[in-house]
Design a protein around this ligand. Structure first.
Ligand SMILES: [Zn+2]
Length: 317
């Protein structure tokens, strides 16, 4: 019995075939090219699954089920991708189309939920009972694995820590609200803050590193690495918001592990030290901070595809 996981991203589609023990038998990656439309993207998804099956020398009928991890909120029961701006998708009934094309049971999962499951089964969250996964990159996503199971909430939307309010009336968020964690702590937020300051004297190191290019989170991180106090302050402020959100989640859920991944987490110590300091101050009871591991994700960009495969194993075993 085999299972297929597909990670549908804005730029690439990654797919993996696994056995019941979650061992990878074959994998493939293709460009998404969302501008060619929904139909073309879905045919690349089904084509990827067929290629996995061919590579592994098995038959499509030997695949017990498929899970597609998709960006943005999903309606898991309906198998619908509700809103994925970087794909240009709104209300796409993805699971039913893939199931019909391939003749195999298919479910969908939010990509951060899938990554959370992967980290809890195969990565930095193994052996935790109450784990929060956070991915900090262009946006801020999250997923919860509670009592060893992915916690999806009533409709599959749980874990969206990126959209809890940190600053009432703060900067506009991609979701339309203001002052969400994503609006103050994502790579996009760090870049925006760097851009604002780059034209002032205090931001000259940031401006020099950016050169003729745009100020990105990477530019701000590099300036901080070189000892620039303005860049360091931008990062510290963003990561203090992140730490405050983590502490709130810890107090709500009595977490024993917080796993942080995504491109921005690559800055390393400055993020983890700041988050831990905030949590040490805000955790209730105070001992809760010591009981909770706050650690980097260990699966990198593989978390999405492995997570979708783990979801398929758990759904169709
Ligand atoms: Zn938001």
């Amino acid at each position: 019995m085999y299972f297929a996981g597909v990670d549908l991203g804005g730029t690439k589609i990654a797919a993996a075939l696994v056995d019941r023990g979650r061992n990878v038998l074959s994998r493939i990656q293709v460009a998404t090219v969302p501008e060619e439309g929904v139909k073309a993207v879905i045919s690349r998804i089904t084509g990827s699954v067929k290629a996995l099956v061919d590579d592994a020398g098995i038959r499509l009928q030997d695949v017990a089920g498929i899970c597609v991890g998709a960006p943005g909120p999903v309606d898991r029961d309906a198998g619908t991708v509700l809103d994925a701006p970087n794909l240009g998708w709104r209300s796409v009934g993805l699971a039913a189309i893939v199931a019909r094309e391939l003749g195999r049971p298919t479910c969908i999962e939010n990509d951060a939920n899938a990554a959370a499951l992967a980290e809890s089964r195969l990565g930095a969250g193994v052996n935790s009972r109450a784990m929060l996964y956070i991915t900090v990159s262009t946006g801020v996503g999250g997923g919860l694995v509670l009592d060893g199971r992915l916690y999806r909430g009533a409709r599959g939307g749980a874990g969206e820590i990126g959209h809890i309010t940190m600053v009432p009336n703060g900067p506009l968020c991609s979701c339309g609200s203001r002052g969400c964690l994503e609006a103050v702590a994502s790579g996009t937020a760090i870049a925006r803050r760097g851009q604002e300051l780059a034209s002032r004297p205090a931001g000259r190191t940031i401006a020099a590193i950016a050169g003729s290019g745009p100020v990105t989170a990477r530019v701000v991180a590099e300036a901080a690495r070189q000892g620039d106090p303005t860049a360091s302050a931008i990062l510290r402020e963003a990561f203090e918001y992140l730490g405050t959100a983590v502490a709130s989640a810890l107090n709500l859920l009595d977490l024993d592990a917080v796993v942080i991944g995504g491109g921005v987490s690559q800055v390393g110590d400055v993020l983890f030290d700041t988050v831990k300091q905030k949590v040490a101050v805000l955790a209730y009871p105070p001992e809760a901070a010591a009981r909770c591991r706050i650690v980097p994700a260990s699966l990198g960009t593989d978390a999405g595809v492995l997570g979708a495969a783990c979801c398929a194993v758990e759904e169709y075993s």
